[in-house]
Design a protein around this ligand. Structure first.
Ligand SMILES: Nc1ncnc2c1ncn2[C@@H]1O[C@H](COP(=O)(O)OP(=O)(O)OP(=O)(O)O)[C@@H](O)[C@H]1O
Ligand SMILES: [Mg+2]
Length: 308
């Protein structure tokens, strides 16, 4: 369980995180999606206790992270954005170091190493300097390090960034597997990745949550902004539509045929209303079709509107 209430973090004049509240259930996988500078990393660093919020509360597994960072950190495995693995160390030494920091020693350490090495598939490279490993293997080493103390929560900041397509696939599979038994927050720029891995997607822009929900709920949100194209010879129809509260966001004319692109905020399906309106006004519609709005477009729209 992870709970954020009204969390704020400023850097000088920048409000990097601007009043974020969020609840993550046990074993839920939440994907933070947002453009560069949205505040994803800053939020994650506050959850992991590496950064202290200016306002608000963060709890992990019922522990206040600000008051008891050491206890909270034992519940959290963190894969930072630029996974800062030490190039001169071997994965084994790096795991030993991580374990020591989390008070995992002796037999317990041996048991944990065996388990995480197996899980992350780094057995073949365990004694090679990390500096010689591929980015994909380094990421696996980072994940092993995050898992060494068997935390209940995993915070993964852009776990697939910089990897090649086949490495991306295998890291995603690994995360999918880990997410069966852990509460996970991961961040990404990639819509499909968030959709594939997360139970819930949280879209962040300029330090604020601008939308959250299951991929299905966000798709529904997209449909709420249905865009319909109509073609008619009746030029007046534009005014008629606008008087009824529709927005005509585009119009073009070819050979006396007018194409209007129509939306209505907050309405589910506007096709019937448009059809009935045309009938009432004795406007003949030559064509009408619905534009498909993808999650990608919703994301772009939500993260752009805020800029205005
Ligand atoms: N240590 C810092 N000092 C000053 N400003 C910072 C610091 N860390 C982050 N910021 C600023 O806070 C804002 C949010 O940054 P953050 O790194 O959290 O975004 P992000 O969503 O992780 O972006 P990206 O997708 O590029 O990783 C940005 O404007 C960034 O420049
Ligand atoms: Mg970041």
């Amino acid at each position: 369980m992870i709970q954020l209430a009204g969390v704020v973090k400023r850097f000088g004049d920048i409000r990097a995180v601007d009043g974020v509240s969020l609840f993550v259930k046990p074993r839920e996988v939440v994907g933070f999606l947002g453009p560069n500078g949205a505040g994803k990393t800053t939020t994650m660093r506050m959850i992991t206790g590496y950064l202290v919020p200016d306002a608000g509360n963060v709890e992990v597994g019922g522990i206040d992270v600000v008051k008891y960072p050491e206890i909270a950190k034992r519940k959290i495995g963190y894969l930072p954005e630029d996974n800062p693995v030490y190039e001169d160390m071997t994965p084994y030494e790096y795991l030993e170091y991580g374990a020591r920091m989390r008070y995992v020693f002796g037999q317990e350490f041996k048991k944990r190493v065996k388990e995480v090495v197996e899980k992350t598939g780094i057995g073949d490279v365990i004694t090679r300097p990390i500096g010689e490993l591929s980015k994909g293997y380094r990421q696996r080493v980072g994940l092993a390090h995050a898992l060494i103390h068997d935390p209940e929560v995993l915070i993964l900041d852009e776990p697939t960034s910089g990897l090649d397509p086949s490495q991306i696939v295998s890291i995603r599979e690994l995360i999918k597997e880990l997410s069966r038994e852990k509460t996970v927050i991961l961040s990404t720029h990639i819509m499909q990745e968030a959709q594939h891995l997360s139970d819930k997607i949280v879209i962040i822009n300029k330090g604020k949550i601008v939308a959250e929900g299951t991929p299905e709920e966000l798709e529904k949100l997209a449909r709420g902004e249905m865009v319909v194209h109509v073609i008619t010879r009746d030029k007046r129809f534009r005014d008629i539509l606008e008087k009824k509260g529709f927005s005509v966001v585009e119009s073009r004319e070819v050979n006396n045929e007018y194409e209007f692109v129509v939306t209505a905020q907050g309405k589910d399906d506007i096709r019937e209303e448009i059809f009935n309106l045309a009938r009432k006004e004795k406007t003949t519609l030559l064509e009408m079709w619905k534009e498909r709005v993808s999650l990608e477009e919703v994301f772009l729209k939500l993260t752009k509107e805020e800029e205005a």
